[in-house]
Design a protein around this ligand. Sequence first.
Ligand SMILES: Cc1ncc(COP(=O)(O)O)c(C=O)c1O
Length: 402
Amino acid sequence: MELFGVLDYKNYMNNYYLPLMDDNITRDDVNSIVNFLNQDQIPKLTNGPKVVEFENKWGEWLGTKYNLMVNSGASANELTMLALKHLYGDGEIIIPPLTWISDISSVIFAGFNPVFVDINLNNLSFDLDKLKKAITPDTRAIFLTHVLGINGLTEDLLQLCKEKNILLIEDVCESHGTTFNNIKVGNFGFASNFSFYFAHHMSTIEGGMICTNDEKFYQICRALRSHGMMREMTNNEMKQEIIDANPDLNSDFIFIRPAHNFRSTEINAVIGLNQLPRLDKNNKQRISNFNYFMSKLDSKKYITDINLKGQCNYAFIVILKEPSFEKRNHLEATLKKEGIEFRRGLSGGGNQMRQPFMKQFNYNFNNYPNIEHVHNFGWYIGNYPSLPQEKIDTLINILNNL
Ligand SMILES: Cc1ncc(COP(=O)(O)O)c(C=O)c1O
């Protein structure tokens, strides 16, 4: 079914028995925008009070002190890496090969060296032994991805960061509401990144958030969100230092480093404000659906010993136990026939080291067996709050009878 770019959205949804996502922007969300626009005085629609209100509400929901809305999760990634570079200079960033492309490109764009560490199949995050070996005096940060709502943190990993004094950055773009030790992930790192793209737990059409408790990092992110412009910072002491160092410049136009325009519009924030109050209720349903799905999936055929503690997933994870291309082809043909939309490779299509622009690094994929397995024999399928139980059961039956 070649759908994208060919059929309209309604047809796309009608063509699938089980699409990857449904109902993530509701009529009520649309009405919230209409009401917002329908004021006597048309509001300035660029980044303004609604963005600030959403940032504050988000901070209340997550628990972080400083929260900065940007125009996508990819922008959150890139801004985070640029700010780290600004504050801490050159070096290496440890990343997993199972993540979204922007986690890799943000590292490269900022001028850091990417160092890949294989995943483990229990929480789809770093293999801890390999992570330990990858740390060098040049390691600037560990950029962890919580994959598809599965908590990627362990006590040992946090202890390692503490002992080695290495910054942890959490990519939570796929895991809003996932917890570790009953605390929402996104609270454990020096900074965390979220995405509000349509496919995720909540949507602002496009949008993202950078969250931190570190004021200096936040202030630099404020400037870098808007072309690197110093006047976006709100800390007068930090600003004065920059003004003093640049007496030849007008303080309205001091650009602290080359940057982008990553600002959101007010419209995205209005949707976010309308969506946030229902996020927890929606997540509860997703958690229950995914636990049920994993409890019924045939453990002889599929990897089912994934750590589900604290999970909060908008997807059902399917990983074949046996590395069989024949079984993979059969599974994909059957899902297609049944109208079940899927993505192979889990987050970002699997092994990012295999992407064309990474070929120059000549990675030996034999050293990364777990991501290779997921790349070839893993999929995700949509899990959303309005998904009827009957469809979950049908999906389980199809998978278990293959
Ligand atoms: C782990 C991860 N990071 C970053 C992103 C980028 O987010 P966005 O699509 O909002 O740019 C995604 C996106 O889908 C993601 O899954």
